[in-house]
Design a binder for this molecule. Structure first.
Ligand code: PHE
Length: 356
């Protein structure tokens, strides 16, 4: 008799598998399940038949049928989970297609500061002309910042550069020109050197003045260097940076370490020459003080002025960055305001950084 039962149970398993395979959705599956495990179902009929078995077979038969029932319920549960997952996938397929090759959201990772970008650019242009980069300390001595640049103690020219004096007798360099004499001492003539760096002045801040700013010093010394060489190099730098033939003008300018000295102005990039607060409504912006190296400075650097001449310039990197990227207020560049330091290639128009 129990053999018969085993066969019936096998049949019930086969029926369950068949119904599971045929069920197209969760509802059909539920109906199929009750056809097997329900009171009126296949297993229900087997249980009901137990009463007809001999007394000693009833216990084992009941046990076996219940085990089979458990197994079949498990199979249905697995099938239901599979159908539910398929339904989810189908619902998702109705949604807009997901393209795994699309680029993700871009997380900004920081970028180069406009002053650094301009500095690198100028370095690159001048490197092509054989200039090398030299540096000097931000905390300077009176000797290199003034004395060796032909600005002796008590000279009125010291007032041109309001200085942060330090308690150790040194100072925060007011310009990158101290690198001139340092380079002459270190390298000797002939030389082509640029010295980019941070400078400090005891200034009241406004749209075009900051107490901390960047310059790039240039120095070329050789036999027969003339003003023509100076002008050629200055024009080349500005034309390359602004990628056009910039308008410039030269005015006489006084700096004790050059003779003759010039102020090189270029037409204001921000207002196009019409006049704005940055150019103090003049349409011109002072960008490049320069001149022929004073013989005294050559001597301080250990170079014989009867044999060598040279020119020097002090490019205002901060001001140049403002011009190039259309930054209206110099304070924006030192503020950490990310709108001021957007990556040049990301820019769609001039980023106007004005502070109230
Ligand atoms: N060092 C000068 C300044 O900052 C600029 C300058 C450099 C002028 C080189 C002439 C030659 O004011």
């Amino acid at each position: 008799m129990l053999e018969q039962l085993s066969q019936d149970i096998e049949k019930a398993f086969a029926e369950a598998d068949e119904l599971i395979a045929a069920a197209g959705n969760v509802d059909e599956l539920r109906q199929a399940e009750s056809r097997l495990t329900g009171k009126q179902g296949t297993l229900g009929a087997l249980l009901a038949a137990i009463g007809k078995l001999p007394q000693e077979d009833r216990g084992p038969a009941g046990k076996e049928i219940n085990l089979a029932k458990k197994e079949i319920i498990d199979r249905f549960a697995t099938a239901r989970a599979r159908l539910e997952r398929a339904a989810d996938r189908q619902a998702a397929a109705g949604a807009p297609a997901f393209d795994p090759t699309l680029p993700g959201n871009v997380v900004p990772r920081g970028s180069v500061h406009p002053v650094t970008a301009v500095q690198w650019e100028v370095e690159e242009i001048l490197a092509r002309l054989g200039f090398i980069v030299a540096t000097g300390p931000e905390m300077e001595t009176d000797y290199y910042n003034f004395e060796a640049l032909n600005i002796p103690a008590l000279h009125p020219a010291r007032d041109m550069q309001d200085t942060f004096w330090l308690t150790n007798g040194r100072l925060l360099r007011t310009h990158t020109s101290p690198c001139q004499v340092r380079a002459m001492e270190r390298l000797g003539p002939p030389l082509r050197v640029i010295a980019p760096g941070r400078c400090f002045r005891y200034e009241t801040e406004d749209a075009s003045h900051a107490n901390t700013f960047f310059q790039l010093e240039g120095l070329m010394i050789d036999r027969n260097i003339s003003i023509a060489n100076l002008i050629a190099v200055m024009k080349l730098i500005l034309n390359e940076i602004f990628r056009r033939d910039v308008k410039v003008r030269l005015r006489p300018g006084f700096f004790p370490f050059v003779e003759p000295g010039f102020e090189l102005d270029m037409s204001c990039e921000i207002c196009g020459g019409a006049g704005c607060p940055t150019c103090k409504r003049s349409g011109w912006i002072e960008i490049l003080p320069c001149g022929m190296v004073h013989p005294n400075v050559l001597r301080f650097g250990g170079i014989d002025p009867r044999e060598y001449t040279g020119f020097a310039f002090g490019l205002g990197l901060t001001r140049l960055a403002m011009m190039k990227y259309g930054v209206q207020d110099i304070r924006g560049l030192n503020s950490g305001d990310l709108r001021a330091i957007i990556r040049p290639e990301q820019r769609t128009g001039p980023a106007i950084i004005a502070k109230d």
